[in-house]
Design a protein around this ligand. Structure first.
Ligand code: CO
Length: 193
């Protein structure tokens, strides 16, 4: 296994479109293992492929976090529900959020935006459909922290960062973060040019 290099805001790779995963081979599996190792070494609970410069629809989420409420998993490919979870790690490939409950405030941070945290509005529960590392489809329903995390990671796969959901007042705090890091004013926070 190996640690992967993290990409940081305002790197444009974080704003770029991602492609579907089509081969579920050894190369994919070692990339997933490396993503997990990178996430754990950074103490993150989730990581999306664009954050390591790979423009594919792949995200990993650590399910060992104590405060997580266990998700409900339904296999869409006649497998055992738990077989879609890889050794305590939720691997979402080609995910689509198909349903969301009412929105609540969620305090978030992001490994690509170090030392900045703030609250954004997220669905308190979501249902997501994805395939696992072997290409088998499943549907997962999550609430609270895991649901927020899924929305945050799926956003990454669409070039969206949690700062995009900040209210105008809170964006002001983020601009201060940019200033401290000498990120020039002409960098658009939302990634548009
Ligand atoms: Co993030």
């Amino acid at each position: 296994m190996a640690l992967l290099d993290l990409k940081f805001f305002p790197d444009q790779v974080l704003r770029s479109p991602t492609g579907q995963v089509v081969s579920f081979d050894h190369e994919l599996h070692s990339f997933l293992d490396n993503m997990r190792e990178t996430m754990e070494s950074e103490n993150g609970i989730g990581l999306a492929a664009p954050q390591v410069g790979v423009l594919k629809k792949i995200a990993v989420i650590d399910l060992s976090v104590e405060t997580l409420i266990e998700p409900t998993i339904e296999s869409l490919s006649s497998r055992l529900p738990q077989s879609h979870i890889h050794d305590g790690c939720l691997e979402l490939l080609n995910p689509t959020i198909i349903a969301g409950e009412k929105k609540v405030s969620s305090e978030e941070g992001c490994l690509s935006i170090p030392d900045f945290r703030d609250s954004v509005m997220r669905h308190v529960g979501v249902t997501v459909e994805a395939v696992d590392r072997h290409g088998y489809a499943f549907r997962l329903t999550a609430s609270k922290l895991l649901a927020y995390c899924i929305q945050h990671e799926v956003d990454h796969l669409n070039g969206v960062l949690f700062i995009d959901h900040l209210s105008p007042l809170k964006k002001h705090f983020f601009k201060k973060w940019c200033k401290k890091r000498e990120i020039p004013d002409e960098v658009r926070l939302d990634g548009t040019k």
